[in-house]
Design a protein around this ligand. Structure first.
Ligand code: 4AD
Length: 405
C-alpha cells in the first residue's frame, strides 16, 4: 500500500480509511496534532504526473521566491498567463481560496445589509436593445434579427424599478464592458453590485447608505475573516485598510484644492485620471488618515447623461465616486427624473434619444426623485487586500485578450 501511495501523482484525489490517533511523540512544531493510521486507500481521481502548475511554487510570495532562488533552489516562477490558462489549478493555492471566500463575504454582507435596510433584490435583463452607459464599450449582438447588446450596467432597469414604486432596490449581477484598455483594473465582464433608491431631500442620503454599508462590511471582514486575510497576506503581504467610522466626504473642488496645494494642477471642470486619483488618495491619507473616502459634486461634463445637475450650479452634478487606496470602486449619483431634461441631457451627450425612448418614457407617469450607485465587486476585493491586478479577484477573468477558460 505504501508503494502504491508513493506512486500517486500530486493533486490526485484519494479516499483514506484509517484510525485517527494522538501521537505519543508529536513532531515538534507540526501544525497537525493528530495522525491517521491508514488501513485502506483508494484513488478517486488520478492527476496527470506533470501538472501545468506546481501548486507549492504558485503559492509562494515574491520574498519566498527570491530567498529560495538565492539558496540555489530550482523552482519555476509561475507567470500570470500560465496561472490564468490553468485557473482551476491556480485557484487551489491558499491565497486564492481565501480571496474568493472574501469575495463571497463582500456579496453576502452587501445583500444582508441592504435587505436589513428595506431594499428588495431585483434581477434586470442582460440583453438590451441599446447601450445604457453610452460610448463604444458595448458588446453588440444580434437578437432574433434585431440589433442588440449586452448590458453595460443595470442602470436603466434599476431606475425603472424605482418608477415602479419599489422604493429601494439592489442587484448583484454580471456587467459587460467591451473595454479596449488592457489595464490592471479593467475587465470585460465583472460583477456589479448596484443600488437604486428614492431620495427624500438630498443625494447625501445615497452617500449615507454607502457609508454605513461599507464601514459595516469592512468591520465584519476584519473581525470574521482573519484566517483568509492572513492567507492572502502570506503570499501577497499587505497593510490592513485604514478607514474612519464615519466615511470622509470631500467635494470635487476640495479635492482639486488639495492637489493644487501639493503642486498638482488639474482642470477644475475636467475629470481626474488614474494618476491624479492615486495622488489625491495619498494626500487625503496623509491629511485625514483614511484610505477610504467619497469625492462628490463632480463637474457635470464628466458624468453620464442621466446624472442630475446641481440645483445651485449646473456646471457641477449631484454625483460621487468612492475610492479605496486612491482607486475608484464606486460611482453614484442622483438621477434626472424629469423626462424633458433627461432627453435634453441625452441629446447634448450625443445619444440618439429614439434608442432610449422606453427608458425616458418611464419617467412620464410619475417618477420619484431618486439616486443610486454601482460597485465593482472585483475591485473592492482587489483594493481591500491591496492586490495589484483585478484578474486576481475574478474567478475566471474576461479581458480584451482572454475568453477562456
Ligand atoms: O463607474 P461605472 O461605469 O458606473 C456605472 O455603471 C453606473 N451605472 C453606476 C451608477 O449607479 N451610477 O461602474 C461602476 C463601478 C466602478 O466604480 C468600478 O468599480 C466598476 O464598476 N467598474 C469596473 N470593474 C472592472 N472592470 C471594468 N471595466 C469596470 N468598469 C467599471
Amino acid at each position: 500500500m505504501v508503494k502504491y501511495a508513493a506512486a500517486l501523482s500530486k493533486e490526485s484525489i484519494i479516499d483514506v480509511e484509517g484510525v485517527v490517533s494522538v501521537p505519543k511523540d508529536p513532531i515538534k512544531g507540526a501544525s497537525q496534532q493528530v495522525e491517521v493510521q491508514v488501513r485502506k486507500l483508494y484513488c478517486v481521481s488520478k492527476a496527470i504526473p506533470i501538472l501545468p502548475i506546481n501548486i507549492e511554487d504558485a503559492a509562494r510570495s515574491d520574498a519566498e521566491i527570491e530567498k529560495a532562488e538565492q539558496a540555489g533552489e530550482k523552482l519555476v516562477r509561475v507567470n500570470q498567463d500560465t496561472r490564468l490558462n490553468n485557473r482551476f489549478l491556480d485557484l487551489r493555492t491558499p491565497a486564492n481560496q481565501a480571496i474568493f471566500r472574501i469575495q463571497c463575504q463582500v456579496g453576502t454582507l452587501f445583500r444582508q445589509f441592504l435587505l436589513s435596510e428595506g431594499c428588495i433584490e431585483i434581477h434586470t435583463p442582460k440583453l438590451m436593445s441599446g447601450s445604457s452607459e453610452g460610448g463604444s464599450a458595448v458588446f453588440k449582438l444580434e437578437y432574433k434579427g434585431q440589433p442588440a447588446c449586452l448590458a453595460q450596467s443595470p442602470q436603466f432597469h434599476k431606475q425603472m424599478a424605482i418608477c415602479a414604486d419599489f422604493g429601494r432596490v439592489f442587484e448583484i449581477g454580471p456587467v459587460f464592458r467591451a473595454e479596449d484598455s488592457f489595464t490592471h483594473r479593467h475587465l470585460c465582464e465583472f460583477v456589479g453590485l448596484d443600488v437604486e433608491m428614492e431620495i427624500k431631500e438630498h443625494y447625501s442620503e445615497v452617500m449615507d447608505v454607502v457609508d454605513r454599508l461599507f464601514v459595516s462590511m469592512f468591520d465584519s471582514i476584519n473581525q470574521n475573516c482573519k484566517k483568509e486575510l492572513d492567507a492572502i497576506g502570506r503570499q501577497y503581504p499587505f497593510e490592513p485598510l485604514k478607514y474612519l467610522p464615519k466615511t470622509l466626504r470631500l467635494t470635487f473642488e476640495e479635492g482639486i484644492q488639495i492637489l493644487k496645494e501639493a503642486g498638482v494642477e488639474v482642470d477644475p471642470l475636467g475629470d481626474l485620471n488614474t494618476e491624479t486619483e492615486r495622488k489625491l488618495g495619498q494626500l487625503v491619507f496623509e491629511k485625514y488618515g483614511t484610505e477610504f473616502y467619497i469625492l462628490h459634486r463632480y463637474p457635470l461634463a464628466v458624468r453620464p447623461f442621466y446624472t442630475m445637475p446641481c440645483y445651485d450650479n449646473p456646471a457641477y452634478s449631484n454625483s460621487f465616486d468612492v475610492f479605496i487606496r486612491g482607486e475608484e470602486i464606486i460611482s453614484g449619483a442622483q438621477r434626472v427624473h424629469v423626462p424633458e431634461l433627461l432627453a435634453q441631457r441625452a441629446e447634448s451627450c450625443g445619444i440618439d434619444v429614439r434608442t432610449i425612448s422606453t427608458y425616458i418614457d418611464s419617467f412620464r407617469c410619475g417618477a420619484p426623485t431618486h439616486g443610486g450607485f454601482g460597485v465593482g465587486l472585483e475591485r473592492v476585493v482587489m483594493l481591500y487586500c491591496a492586490l495589484n491586478n483585478v484578474r486576481k479577484t475574478s474567478l475566471f477573468p474576461r479581458d480584451p485578450q482572454r475568453l477562456a477558460p
